[in-house]
Design a protein around this ligand. Structure first.
Ligand SMILES: CC(C)(COP(=O)(O)OP(=O)(O)OC[C@H]1O[C@@H](n2cnc3c(N)ncnc32)[C@H](O)[C@@H]1OP(=O)(O)O)[C@@H](O)C(=O)NCCC(=O)NCCS
Length: 186
């Protein structure tokens, strides 16, 4: 795993589709590889395969290798969309790939669900910066949907036991981006 040199090609970021189903295990491993160090929830490859084939994932590829990933989900009958699992291989961070992945997820979820509010739960300063530049605002966790399935997503985070023992739902800061005026939403 070498860092990207000036002469090397930049990884290409694009939305996923059914032909990318074979990347699900790599995506799961990529998340797993950082899940002890960062507040990101592990995800089974079967779950990620569903996101990839449903065109609800963004991929960063260096040749055939998956070096960055993220996915989105719809909640509350499509009134909310969450962006999750954002990860870039450590040696390729800081060159804008995370931002590209985030914008790809944003474009895909906005196109499919234009009236949805977009949510992000994060402790990452990089994700916070990206969200702020996209227009997200910080909200209380209570502003997010109550759906237990949504909060079950935190079960695979390294902090879950401590956070739940403190009576809290999540260790992250919640951020929300409302849909454009006239589109309704939350
Ligand atoms: C979060 C992550 C995907 C970002 O990927 P990246 O390719 O390094 O991100 P980028 O280079 O696109 O930088 C993203 C933003 O962070 C900003 N940034 C970089 N370092 C920063 C720092 N230390 N503090 C605050 N902002 C910072 C950049 O300026 C950029 O802001 P902009 O979008 O307004 O220009 C990557 O750090 C990662 O894989 N982290 C581990 C997993 C994780 O924590 N995921 C988030 C789960 S919510």
């Amino acid at each position: 795993m070498n860092g990207i040199g000036k002469s090397e090609r930049r990884p290409r970021v694009r939305g996923s589709g059914p032909a990318d189903a074979g990347l699900a295990e790599e995506a799961s491993r990529l998340i797993e590889s950082v899940a002890e160090e960062f507040d990101i929830a592990r995800r089974e490859h079967s779950f990620l395969r569903g996101k990839i084939t449903a065109a609800q994932a963004a991929l960063a590829l260096l040749d055939e290798e998956l070096v960055g990933f993220g996915y989105w989900s719809a909640w509350d009958a499509g009134r909310f969309v969450s962006h999750s699992g954002l990860v870039v291989r450590p040696d390729l961070r800081g060159i804008g790939l995370g931002g590209e992945l985030k914008r790809c997820l944003f474009a895909s979820s906005r196109e499919r669900l234009p009236a949805a509010s977009v949510m992000s739960l994060t402790t990452s300063p990089q994700v916070r910066a990206m969200n702020l530049s996209l227009g997200f605002r910080v909200v209380s966790l209570d502003a997010l949907p109550d759906d237990p399935e949504f909060w079950k997503g935190c079960d695979a985070c390294r902090n879950v036991e401590r956070v739940r023992s403190e009576g809290r739902r999540c260790c992250c800061e919640a951020m929300l981006l409302d849909p454009p005026a006239g589109k309704g939403g939350a």
